[in-house]
Ligand binder design. Structure first.
Ligand SMILES: CC1=C(CCC(=O)O)c2cc3nc(cc4[nH]c(cc5[nH]c(cc1n2)c(C)c5CCC(=O)O)c(CCC(=O)O)c4C)C(CCC(=O)O)=C3C
Ligand SMILES: [Fe+2]
Length: 336
């Protein structure tokens, strides 16, 4: 039996836990990035408007707990550590803790389903910056894992079980993801991966309406092009062009959990836009702690524990997520 000490490192974005955390958290997120002061003040106000705390850290802890339970049921006993890019527990503090615990090798799981600089390469850079002395193996963006597709499909199927039939003449369905600069999008397969998830969900709505891929939470300078259309603009556009429109359904496929950008940008901004036009608004769940998503994570961990390459369980991941992919994008780095 191997005496090497193994662990899982759950790597996430981080979020403020209380109002006093908002400003220093935002300073961490935006250090070295081109984000106007006005945008930062607006986002700080949005965090305050929802109580000054994001549910993200708590949701990550819940996921970690449930993954631990699922692994124990499979007879896999590995400790799970938690480290963030922008807030406590900070990644490098967690790496230090793992070293004190004499961890020899870790499976690193970034909480991002899609490839982009922010969601993929930056997490790797964060980890490299902490210089772990133990061996690491990082899970690649998992949007094409059959159990991720199944978890997203289950959310839509559960909704349809209550709300079907959906009348394509009076309903618009939007799938949303975080907008990123177009220059960043061009170095990764972000849009392709999102489009493939939309196609899988469309199979549950064979008679329409067509699921439209839209974006949300645009940041950066207004002069820098970002992926569009924005979800709220798309709702207004649909209301203007489709006189019969009565209902809007939003599926937040781009996010793993119901964090601040889901709760504010969708549940407040997008919902208000729909209500303004007299439309009903339904925002479906994120995969969150759904059993199928936990099963996907458990599948990746079991592969690793059994000495296989877990990324081989994510169709196409090894081929497309190579060493020089997902660069930040030239626009963002060009001086203005
Ligand atoms: C692709 C992507 C994901 C998904 C992948 C992943 O999960 O990693 C993601 C997740 C998240 N983004 C988050 C928060 C923020 N993102 C910002 C800014 C930015 N996001 C970007 C992209 C992404 N972001 C980009 C290109 C920027 C511009 C700055 C830069 O180039 O880096 C800003 C700055 C202020 C503003 O919004 O302008 C904030 C506060 C939170 C935490 C929410 C909470 O607190 O619950 C989470 C999970
Ligand atoms: Fe973000």
């Amino acid at each position: 039996m191997s005496t090497r000490r193994r662990a899982i490192l759950w790597q996430s974005f981080g979020s403020p836990d209380k109002p006093d955390d908002i400003e220093p958290f935002l300073a961490n997120v935006t250090r070295g990035r081109d984000i106007p002061e006005d945008r930062l003040r607006l986002v700080a106000d949005q965090y305050r408007a929802t109580g000054g705390a994001s549910p993200l850290n708590a949701l990550n802890r819940d996921l970690i707990h449930r993954l631990g339970v699922a692994l124990a049921e499979l007879g896999i006993e590995v400790p799970i550590y938690f480290g963030n890019r922008n807030w406590h527990p900070f990644l490098c503090d967690t790496v230090d803790e793992m070293q004190r615990d004499r961890i020899d090798e870790a499976l690193v799981i970034p909480t991002s389903a899609y490839s982009s600089y922010s969601g993929c390469r930056q997490y790797r850079e964060d980890l490299a910056h902490c210089r772990p002395a133990f061996h690491t193996h990082t899970i690649k963006p998992f949007a094409s894992h059959p159990l991720f597709i199944a978890a997203e499909s289950a959310i839509v199927r559960d909704f349809l079980a209550v709300h079907a039939p959906i009348d394509p003449g009076t309903t618009s369905v939007f799938a949303t993801a975080h907008s990123i600069p177009t220059a960043m999008a061009s170095t990764c397969e972000y849009e392709e991966q999102l489009t493939r998830v939309c196609q899988a969900l469309q199979e549950l709505l064979p008679d329409g309406p067509t699921i439209q891929l839209v974006y949300q939470s645009r940041s950066g300078s207004p002069r820098t092009p970002w992926l569009a259309p924005d979800v709220t603009d798309a709702i207004r556009e649909a209301a203007h062009t489709t006189a019969a429109l009565r209902r809007v359904i939003v599926i937040p496929i781009g996010f793993v959990s119901d964090h601040q950008e889901v709760r504010y940008d969708l549940d407040i901004l997008a919902r208000n836009a729909a209500i303004e036009y007299g439309l009903s608004f339904d925002r479906l769940a994120t995969v969150g702690t759904s059993p199928t998503f936990i099963a996907m994570l458990a599948d990746l961990v079991s592969a690793w524990v059994n000495g296989e390459d877990p990324n081989a369980h994510i169709p196409g991941a090894n081929a497309r997520c190579h060493d020089d992919c997902c660069l930040a994008g030239s626009n963002e780095r060009r001086p203005t």
